[in-house]
Design a protein around this ligand. Structure first.
Ligand SMILES: Cc1ncc(COP(=O)(O)O)c(C=O)c1O
Length: 137
């Protein structure tokens, strides 16, 4: 199963400002409301999924994603060295162990050769990581 979490920074245009004001005016700010429902519906439509959950932060999304794939105490999760703390902290919230795979010198992303090496080592030990949290810089 592949999970991909996307982050983006958007400029707030006139329509977004109108919706933000409407959320305050109607007191539907979080964690539910018609705009959140619409966002989840549109997200489902765009990615071709039957379900989506809008969360309050990227950290919460990573935490939930790891929980949904069953990460639990004693598991290992491979993650990038060059990242924000939110890649590693949800792993520790679940009692699992982050194992840092070093970065590629040119892309700064997780080095695929080092990832392969680490996976081969763990496979020989019969203990593959529960997940690999990749950050795409
Ligand atoms: C790679 C990466 N993962 C996760 C996060 C966490 O996002 P949030 O600050 O919304 O919890 C960030 C935030 O900068 C990030 O850069």
């Amino acid at each position: 199963m592949t999970k991909q979490i996307l982050f983006s920074t958007l400029h707030m245009g006139e329509l977004e400002q109108k919706f933000a004001q409407e959320a305050f005016d109607t007191n539907w700010i979080a964690p539910v409301g018609p705009h959140v429902d619409a966002f989840e519906r549109e997200f489902c439509h765009i990615v071709g999924s039957s379900h989506a959950a809008a969360l309050s932060s990227g950290t919460a999304a990573l935490h939930l994603a790891l929980q949904l794939i069953g990460v639990s105490p004693g598991d290992e999760v491979f993650c990038s060295t060059l990242t924000f703390i939110a890649t590693a902290s949800p792993i520790t919230y679940l009692g699992a162990k982050p194992v840092f795979i070093d970065s590629d010198r040119t892309t700064w992303n997780m080095n695929p050769d080092l990832l392969r090496e680490a996976l081969d080592k763990r496979a020989k030990l019969g203990k593959l990581p529960k997940a690999v949290a990749i950050v795409n810089l």
